[in-house]
Design a protein around this ligand. Structure first.
Ligand code: ATP
Length: 300
């Protein structure tokens, strides 16, 4: 097992940040921690990277105990924290040299691991990190986390605040790194990114709601979902919330995702209810559940 947590809990005074968390990550796996702000993701990362001691439970990374073997872990892992991992006043090249030096290595020694990513920021190697775009900062931070060839890579919300094109490129980079036998634990609040992981843990209020492959989590969704659209989205949601057969309704792009309490749902019933409320251009059709639907259902 590359990462193993067993009944980990941590509180900050009265705030129970994580409660009784257990999961394992297999060698070479790309494992996602999926949850919104305050779910406890950063606390888990800080425990696994030995920056925080858990109140209860045990955890190992690359076979080392996070409390007893903290020095060995620090040498074996790469950590890209959500914010502030770069020295803003140092240039791109100086940041990378700094991280290589503190790990007793050089850029040349492990260049093959970062080459794909570094070539994209090399034209700006003399620019200060503080003057880079979000996407470039993220690539540099990833290079810095990789420069000592870690066995396990921790990426805490690496794509938050990054544009959609850079996000896509970033995930393609992670897939390539995975082929180089690096185990990756990544957190994200973006549900579309969850589908790109081998397995995910859905986390809310410091507790795990579910752990499985993204496909299995979606397949377990217990109800048929309908895409419902109409001329006025706000009024549509309000009207649906007043419908006696409603089970759930969530906005989803140009439609809402609607589920019904009944086993035998009739399109026509819902359509006439919406028409009576004055809505027009009504559209109702079954659709497939996604991770966000599964998350909402588990969080109910
Ligand atoms: N140093 C601290 N002191 C007090 N409370 C804290 C501290 N750090 C985190 N918390 C609280 O613990 C809970 C979990 O926070 P954590 O940062 O682990 O979540 P997160 O999922 O990483 O979210 P975010 O993306 O907002 O960092 C939150 O309620 C947060 O407010």
């Amino acid at each position: 097992m590359s990462i193993s947590l067993s009944h980990i809990s941590k509180s900050y005074k009265k705030v129970k940040a994580v409660q009784d968390i257990s999961f394992n990550v297999n060698p070479g796996e790309l494992f996602g921690l999926i949850g919104s702000d305050g779910a406890g993701k950063t606390t888990i990362f800080r425990i696994l990277t030995t920056l925080l001691i858990p109140d209860e439970g045990t955890a190992t990374v690359a076979g080392f105990d996070v409390v007893k073997d903290y020095k060995a872990i620090r040498k074996s892992v790469g950590y890209m924290p959500g914010r502030f991992s770069l020295y803003q006043d140092l240039t791109v090249e100086e940041n990378l040299t700094f991280f290589a030096t503190i790990f007793g290595t050089t850029i040349e020694e492990n260049y093959d691991l970062i080459e794909d990513i570094y070539v994209q920021i090399e034209p700006f190697k003399n620019r200060r990190a503080g003057k880079l775009s979000g996407g470039m900062k993220q690539k540099l931070a990833l290079c810095c986390a990789l420069i000592h060839k870690p066995k396990v890579l921790f990426l805490d919300e690496p794509t938050t605040g990054v544009d959609p094109v850079s996000r896509k490129e970033f995930w393609e980079m992670l897939k390539r790194l995975q082929k180089k036998e690096i185990t990756i634990l990544v957190s994200t609040p973006y549900m579309d990114e969850a589908a790109l992981c081998d397995r995910i843990a859905l986390i809310q209020d410091g507790k795990i709601l579910e752990i499985d492959t993204p496909e299995a989590i979606v397949n377990k969704f217990p109800k048929t979902i309908y895409n419902v659209g109409a001329n006025n989205m706000y009024k549509l949601i309000q009207t649906l919330q007043g419908y006696e057969h409603l089970y759930s309704v969530f906005p989803f792009g140009e439609f809402v995702h609607y589920t019904d309490k009944r086993d035998s749902f009739e399109n026509a019933d819902l359509k006439s209810y919406l028409e009576k409320a004055g809505l027009t251009d009504i559209h109702i059709e079954p659709t497939l559940a996604n991770i966000e639907d599964a998350f909402m259902e588990l969080a109910r």
